[in-house]
Design a protein around this ligand. Structure first.
Ligand code: G3I
Length: 348
């Protein structure tokens, strides 16, 4: 049958996962041999979960620290893995370094903000030139509560969030004429925030109209079981609204990528075999929909092993049980979710 990557390649796609740097062996990390064994077995592509973000690479306005990212890049090279760049700009004050939120842009704020952003993108893309050719240039620029593009210290200095976003893509294109430039977002699956999809469509439309060089939409795919209709077990949202959304995106000429797949299982009752079966079923339905699009290229999981999933900390279950978000269990065993991905890829 083969690895997830081998199966993905039959339809011209690649399979990969997030990985991180950690001081110890107890993480979804390049230093954990049990974790890297799974990555090596299933993936041809990795992406740093955190290590390329400004918070990690840019401790001060004119200081860079690539220690951790370099370790990941070296691991990827030594193990023959492709490497994606996440992200050149996470457009949210919450994920800006503190110094950047409080930055004094001085007497020429436009110029200074542009200098800051351009320098960052050039420094990163130069450093990993030849190794990273696909970047999440901008990550999550829309507030799902207000439905507006987010303001940051940088957008206020430059005049608008769009000015920042456009500049980021233009500089990335200058740096990587043949690179793959991605706008990455989560398109909230929460019923209250489904309008987020329309906001993303408007942003993508605007970028097209302004001639902004963006090649693909990164669909994070932190998918939620909300989308399942309890009566039929089928996701009406998935089959209708979600397909319509993807149709519109590819209709504008964008490619698609699954950049951060995992499943939030908060809403599912406790017993593990039933949970795993439902999660696998939903995974299969989701992949079946996504794999209908020839425009879908790479597929990345946001971690391969439950224990190291960000969801354990960020979206824990009310019953205190472990979240079962990933293709492999905390004991490093393949779960039904893994088989669901494999089987969907097989029929793609
Ligand atoms: O490494 C430090 C550790 O030294 C410290 O003791 C600890 C105390 O909080 O924090 C550790 O850093 C944390 C880091 O994850 C590594 O575990 C940060 O606080 C925490 O904020 C960070 O969360 C990451 C989050 O993005 C914010 O950057 C998650 O791991 C990561 O999975 C998540 O990934 C995002 C994507 O980038 C964008 N899409 C959504 C996705 C999930 O939120």
């Amino acid at each position: 049958e083969g690895s997830l990557d081998a199966i993905a390649r039959r339809s011209g796609r690649r399979f990969g996962s997030a990985i991180n740097w950690n001081a110890g062996t107890n993480g979804g990390s390049i230093q954990n041999p049990l974790y890297t064994r799974i990555i090596n077995a299933e993936c041809s592509l990795v992406v740093p979960e955190n290590e390329l973000k400004w918070q990690w690479t840019r401790p001060a306005p004119d200081t860079y620290d690539f220690t951790r990212m370099d370790a990941i890049a070296a691991w990827a090279r030594a193990n023959g893995k492709g490497l994606r760049g996440h992200t050149l700009l996470w457009h949210r004050p919450r994920w800006f370094p503190d110094w950047l939120n409080n930055y004094d842009y001085g007497a020429n704020p436009v110029q200074e903000a542009e200098r800051m952003l351009v320098d960052h993108i050039r420094t990163v893309t130069d450093r990993y030139r030849g190794q990273i050719t696909s970047y999440d240039v901008v990550n999550e620029a829309i507030d799902h509560d207000t439905n507006r593009t987010i303001e940051t210290s940088m957008s206020r200095a430059m005049g608008s969030p769009e000015a920042v976003i456009d500049l980021a893509f233009h500089v990335a294109r200058e740096q990587l004429p043949d690179g793959e430039l991605v706008y990455n977002d989560y398109m909230s699956w929460e019923p209250a925030h489904l309008a987020h999809c329309n906001d993303v469509l408007r942003l993508l439309e605007g970028m097209k109209a302004r001639g902004v060089p963006c090649d693909a939409l990164g669909i994070q795919s932190h998918i939620e079981m909300f989308a399942i209709d309890p009566a039929t077990g089928v996701g009406p949202y998935l089959e209708r609204e979600w397909r319509r959304f993807c149709d519109e995106v590819v209709g504008m000429g964008y490619k698609l990528m699954i950049t951060e797949f995992d499943v939030k299982d908060k809403a599912l009752p406790g017993a593990i075999p039933e949970r795993d079966a439902k999660i696998a079923d939903f995974t299969r339905r989701y992949f079946d929909v996504m794999l209908d699009y020839s425009e879908l290229t790479d597929i990345l999981a946001w971690g391969m092993v439950d224990r190291f999933s960000w969801l354990q900390g960020f979206a824990p279950r009310d019953d205190g049980l472990e979240v079962r978000a990933c293709p492999y269990s905390s004991e490093y065993a393949a779960k039904p979710m893994r088989e669901a991905i494999a089987s969907s890829l097989m029929s793609a």
